[in-house]
Ligand binder design. Structure first.
Ligand SMILES: *Cc1c(COP(=O)(O)O)cnc(C)c1O
Length: 362
């Protein structure tokens, strides 16, 4: 039987992988260079300079040929000496806790009800115990559509300089402003297949001197995902990597960062907000928003399925029209559905998608 889904490309409105522009995709096919060549160093320098601007940081930029989860696991393992405080507001927050346990890293999980944010007061209360030397926070929880109030959490983190601050910005970096240094974030992590608009396969993080100093004290950091090893290699081997990186992704990333800079960061963030506002208004008119309205994500919207529609059926019919959205994540399947509005997607494309949904539901 012929699989119809493979024949027709569906435009992706799922929170990763996202639609990748053809010119960006084409850069993945750049002929190879040696990963120990001067050209490889130059490529990495170029990527790093641009990413420092996008992350608003002076910290080193590390790339890992893994998805975002790789650097999340590497961060919690490489930089926890005493105990990690994992703040979770959904599935991806909890993943960090599972990673800590799987690596034998002592950790405690602090959860809130799905749809709610991590409140600064909660972080303060937990850190005041003095038990923790690493914190993980999810910037943008893709399972619930909540964007955490990191600006309000920053002054709390500043009270605890001994704590390494890890931020999961996998589904938001490049789609909304995250001023890493101003927020006091030591390790800010993202992956290529979300708001950056590239194929999956590369993870990116900033790595502060404080994070490096901590990692030096941690005896068993693993091997492939030892963030200190990546950092020291970058510093001493002219921006190269201990093992062979995905050069194809690096070519595409370097090019895509030029595109992002040509659009202008502020313009890009404003475009994301505009798309978010459009989807939120549509969701409020037709269904309801799942997340606390004060903490809505700028890169994806989780819609409460308060009409009890068949989400699978909706997606099938959208598929025939050349679109794909996401069902709810994990336990929220069929109770919510999610529309991503990130990367290089335009307001017009979002409006076309919403019109297609209206047509299917009519
Ligand atoms: C997608 C996602 C991850 C996992 O990233 P991978 O690149 O798939 O490993 C982690 N956190 C959040 C918030 C995400 O959206």
């Amino acid at each position: 039987m012929q699989k119809e889904g493979l024949a027709v490309h569906k435009k992706l409105f799922i929170p990763g992988p996202v639609e990748v522009r053809p010119d960006v995709l084409a850069k993945m096919a750049t002929p190879m260079i040696g990963h120990r060549s001067r050209d490889a160093s130059a490529l990495q320098h170029s990527i790093s300079d641009k990413l420092q601007q996008l992350f608003y940081t002076d910290s080193a930029i590390l790339l890992s040929t893994s998805s975002g989860s790789g650097l999340m696991e590497g961060a919690v393992r490489s930089c926890t000496l005493k105990r990690a405080a994992v703040f979770s507001i959904g599935a991806f927050g909890k993943r960090w806790f599972e990673m800590a346990l799987a690596n034998g890293v002592p950790a405690d999980l602090f959860e809130v009800e799905w749809g709610k944010p991590t409140e600064p007061e909660m972080v303060d209360t937990v850190l005041a115990s003095g038990k923790y030397d690493l914190v993980t926070i999810t910037h943008n929880e893709t399972s619930t559509g909540v964007m955490n109030p990191v600006e309000a959490i920053a002054p709390v983190m500043a009270k605890y300089p001994e704590v390494v601050y890890c931020l999961d910005a996998v589904s938001s970096m490049g789609g909304t402003k995250i001023e890493v240094d101003k927020l006091g974030v030591d390790i800010c992590i993202t992956s290529t297949q979300k708001a950056l608009g590239l194929p999956p396969g590369l993870a990116i993080c900033s790595f502060s001197p404080k994070a490096a100093a901590r990692a030096k004290e941690v005896p068993h950091r693993g091997y492939y995902l030892d963030l200190l090893a990546l950092y020291e290699y970058i510093l001493t081997k002219d921006y190269q990597y201990p093992s062979t990186p995905s050069l194809s992704h690096m070519f595409a990333l370097d090019y895509q960062l030029d595109r992002i800079m040509a659009e202008g960061f502020e313009n890009r963030f404003a475009r994301h907000l505009e798309m978010a506002e459009c989807v939120r208004a549509w969701a409020a008119r037709n269904f309801a928003l799942f997340a606390d309205p004060q903490y809505l994500s700028n890169t994806l919207t989780a819609v409460s399925n308060n009409r009890g529609i068949d989400v699978g059926e909706l997606n099938k019919k959208l598929g025939a029209r050349g679109y794909q959205i996401s069902n709810g994540y994990g336990k929220m399947k069929d109770k919510t559905f999610r529309i991503a509005h990130m990367a290089d997607c335009t307001l017009e494309e979002v409006q076309d998608l919403l019109a297609a949904i209206d047509e299917v539901l009519a």
